[in-house]
Design a protein around this ligand. Structure first.
Ligand code: OGA
Ligand code: MN
Length: 293
């Protein structure tokens, strides 16, 4: 069976058929998926039932996997999944929904804000692959916004103004925006801000995109409040309905997105229900800008 991709909105997002991600892929199949990602930036695969190792094997077709260290405040002994699987569920290690005031849960609520995965790492993520093992039937959608289209729609003066701007990203900023500031000294020290260009060029297509994320706390050389007000303006522009796609989950969907070209967030759901989502993350291949000394 050969791979085909049906585009889901006028500008991006595609639904893939003709792939079983639990089997080894040919070079041609990998190339077809990469080409689909370059064009659509987010791809949906239905009826995929990977084990965690199979999800990792499929993900490795597209690059090295990110280790989850530094991405959350869950202690090693409380982890439910292996360290190459980001646990995006609302569950504790006994597979029970986390208490409302559990620190891990409050920290993970950061996913409700528009963001790009690992933009708080010096080398931000390339792809994220999220598998819906148990999904909820109300809410809990994943929304995506196309940062290429958002960039294209800026006026020329704004494009010129932002071309060389550099932002500082940290988990401290996205969590701080939600009022989650109770962090230990050790947690804070793993959240040192990193620098990313505000405008990024896709290495294959050459398209520019607006590299926004709720992890942004300032623009280098700007007063912080002015930077934050401007980043808010840009984020409001970039997440208008015409730039977005909302994915409503079916069990065993696998959704794969390009963090270099999109932002995403999860919508609210009843957290007494089990939502078991597991993510593998393909690391990026370099810095977007020189880091501060
Ligand atoms: C993620 C994420 C959104 C969701 O996995 O990176 O932000 O729908 N998840 O759970
Ligand atoms: Mn995310």
């Amino acid at each position: 069976m050969s791979i085909s991709i049906r585009q889901l909105t006028p500008i991006f997002a595609g639904e893939v058929s003709g792939v079983d991600i639990t089997r080894p892929l040919s070079k041609g199949e990998v190339a077809a998926i990469e080409a689909g990602m370059d064009r659509c930036a987010v791809l949906v695969f239905h009826d995929q039932k990977p084990t965690d190792p199979q999800q990792q094997m499929f993900s490795r077709n597209f690059g090295e996997l990110e280790h989850t260290a530094g991405a959350n405040i869950t202690k090693a002994q409380d982890r439910r999944l292996d360290p190459y699987m980001a646990d995006v569920s609302n569950l504790d290690k006994d597979h029970k929904p986390l208490a409302r005031d559990a620190r891990t849960r409050m920290f993970n609520l950061g996913n409700r804000l528009w963001h790009s995965d690992s933009s708080y790492r010096a080398v931000p993520a390339k792809y994220s692959l999220l598998s819906g093992r148990t999904v909820v039937d109300k809410g809990g959608q994943t929304q995506f916004a196309d940062m290429r289209a958002a960039y294209d729609a800026l006026d020329d003066a704004t494009k010129a103004e932002i071309e060389d701007l550099v932002c500082e990203h940290s988990l401290l900023y996205s969590r701080g925006a939600l009022g989650f500031t109770e962090l230990t000294a050790e947690e804070r020290s793993m959240m040192q801000p990193v620098r990313q260009n505000l405008v990024r060029t896709h290495p294959v297509t050459g398209r520019k995109s607006l590299s926004l994320s709720s992890h942004i706390g300032t623009i280098v050389g700007w007063p912080m409040p002015e930077a934050r007000a401007f980043i808010r303006d840009l984020a409001e522009h970039a997440t208008q309905a015409q730039f977005t796609y909302a994915h409503t989950w079916r069990q065993w969907d696998l959704v794969m997105w390009d963090n270099r070209q999109l932002m995403h967030r999860v919508t609210r759901f009843d957290e007494t229900q089990v939502r078991d989502m597991r993510r593998t993350t393909v690391a990026g291949d370099g810095l977007t800008v020189a880091q501060a000394a």
